[in-house]
Design a protein around this ligand. Structure first.
Ligand code: F6P
Ligand code: MN
Length: 338
C-alpha cells in the first residue's frame, strides 16, 4: 500500500479540529488562495505557448512596468477570493488602492494582502518566481473597509504563506503553529504535505544581497558584508558563500531549507531611503514565516513584525533568516547610532 499522504485540506482540517489554531472561515480562505496559486502555476508553466511572457503597456503604483503574468496572477487571486464570503477586503502590489468586497457578495472578517507574482524580472528567463500572501483579521466590526483597516502590524497576521513556481511547485504556509511545506502533485492536482515544522539553523555560511548596490549602503551594512567577504582570515573566521536569485520567494525558500541570511537594506538612493521591498505583502508574511521557523527578521533597528504601517505600499529595509546573523546585523546598526 502506498504511504498515507496528508493533503493541504486534511492538514487544515486538523489545524482547525485538533490544534484549534484556525477557524473554519480561515481554513476555507487558505484553501481558496492555494487553489488560486495552482491556477497561477498552470499559467506560469505555459509561458510562451500561451503568449503570456513579456510586458503590458501598463505600470503599477510603484511605477514598475507590469508583466503580463503579473496582471494575470492578480486577476486569478482577485476572482478566486472575491465571492467566498470570508473576506472584508483585499490589497495587492498590482493595485493602487485596496479592494472592498462588493455588496453583492457576503463579507467576512479577514483581509487578504498579496504580491501576486514575486520576482517579475525572472518571468521571461524561466527562473523561479512565486506568490506571497498575508491574512489579517479586520478589527472593523462589519463597518466599511478603509485603507486604515489594513494598516496593522505584522504581529496581527493570522496566516501567511508563499508559493514557489520552480522545478516543483511549492506552498509554504504558517497559521502560527510552525511552518509547513506542501508540494503540488501535478497529476492529482493536490497539495501534499512534504515537510512539517521547517526550521532555520541559527548559524550559516551563506548570504544573499544584491552586491551591485554596495556603493549606496549605509555603514552598518557595509561593515557586515565586508567582514563576511574577508572569510576565514577575517573577524568572522570562516568563509561565506553568496547566492542571489532576485526572486524573494526563491531566496527565502533556500533559507527556509538550509539557512542563510537575506538582505534588502534601505540605502542612500533617494528611491531607496525607505527600502525596496514592500512591508505589507512581502516583508511581513516572510517575517512571520521566518520567525515561526526559528529565524529572525529585522529592519536593522526593529523587529519587522512590530513596524506600525502608515501606508499600504510602504517599503521597508529587510534582514531575515538565520537568527545569529540577523541579531549581529541589528547590533551593528545599534552601534552605529550610539
Ligand atoms: O519584489 C521585489 C523583488 O523582485 C524581489 O522578489 C527580489 O528579492 C528583489 O525585488 C530583486 O531586486 P533586484 O532586482 O534589485 O535584485
Ligand atoms: Mn515581489
Amino acid at each position: 500500500m502506498a504511504p498515507r499522504r496528508t493533503t493541504l485540506t486534511q492538514f487544515l482540517v486538523e489545524q482547525q479540529r485538533s490544534a484549534r489554531a484556525i477557524k473554519p472561515e480561515l481554513r476555507l480562505l487558505i484553501e481558496v488562495v492555494a487553489r488560486a496559486c495552482k491556477a497561477i502555476a498552470v499559467n506560469v508553466g505555459k509561458g510562451a505557448l500561451a503568449g503570456i511572457l513579456g510586458s503590458n503597456d501598463t505600470e503599477n503604483v510603484q511605477g514598475e512596468v507590469q508583466k503580463k503574468l503579473d496582471v494575470i496572477s492578480n486577476e486569478i487571486l482577485m476572482e478566486a477570493n472575491e465571492w467566498g464570503g470570508h473576506l472584508a477586503g483585499m490589497a495587492s502590489e498590482e493595485m493602487e488602492t485596496f479592494h472592498e468586497i462588493p455588496n453583492r457578495y457576503p463579507k467576512g472578517e479577514y483581509l487578504l494582502l498579496f504580491d501576486p507574482l514575486d520576482g517579475s524580472s525572472n518571468i521571461d528567463v524561466n527562473v523561479s518566481i512565486g506568490t506571497i500572501f498575508s491574512v489579517l483579521k479586520s478589527s472593523d466590526e462589519l463597518g466599511p473597509v478603509t485603507e486604515k483597516s489594513f494598516l496593522l502590524p505584522g504581529t496581527q497576521q493570522v496566516a501567511a504563506g508563499y508559493a514557489v513556481y520552480g522545478p516543483t511547485t511549492l506552498l509554504v504556509l504558517t497559521v502560527g503553529t510552525g511552518v509547513h511545506c506542501f508540494t503540488l502533485d501535478r497529476e492529482m492536482g493536490s497539495w501534499v504535505l512534504t515537510q512539517s515544522n521547517m526550521r532555520i539553523p541559527e548559524d550559516t555560511k551563506e548570504f544573499a544581497i544584491n552586491m551591485s548596490n554596495m556603493r549606496h549602503w549605509d555603514p552598518p551594512v557595509k561593515r557586515y558584508i565586508d567582514e563576511l567577504l574577508l572569510g576565514e582570515t577575517g573577524p568572522r573566521g570562516k568563509n561565506f558563500n553568496m547566492r542571489w536569485v532576485a526572486s524573494m520567494v526563491a531566496d527565502v525558500h533556500r533559507i527556509m531549507t538550509r539557512g542563510g541570511v537575506f538582505m534588502y537594506p534601505n540605502d542612500q538612493r533617494p528611491t531607496h531611503r525607505a527600502g525596496h521591498l514592500r512591508l505589507m505583502y512581502e516583508a511581513n508574511p516572510m517575517s512571520l514565516i521566518v520567525e515561526q521557523a526559528g529565524g529572525a527578521a529585522s529592519t536593522g533597528s526593529e523587529r519587522i513584525l512590530d513596524v506600525r504601517p502608515s501606508k499600504l505600499h510602504q517599503r521597508v529595509s529587510v534582514f531575515l533568516g538565520s537568527k545569529n546573523e540577523v541579531d549581529r546585523i541589528a547590533a551593528y546598526h545599534a552601534e552605529a547610532t550610539k
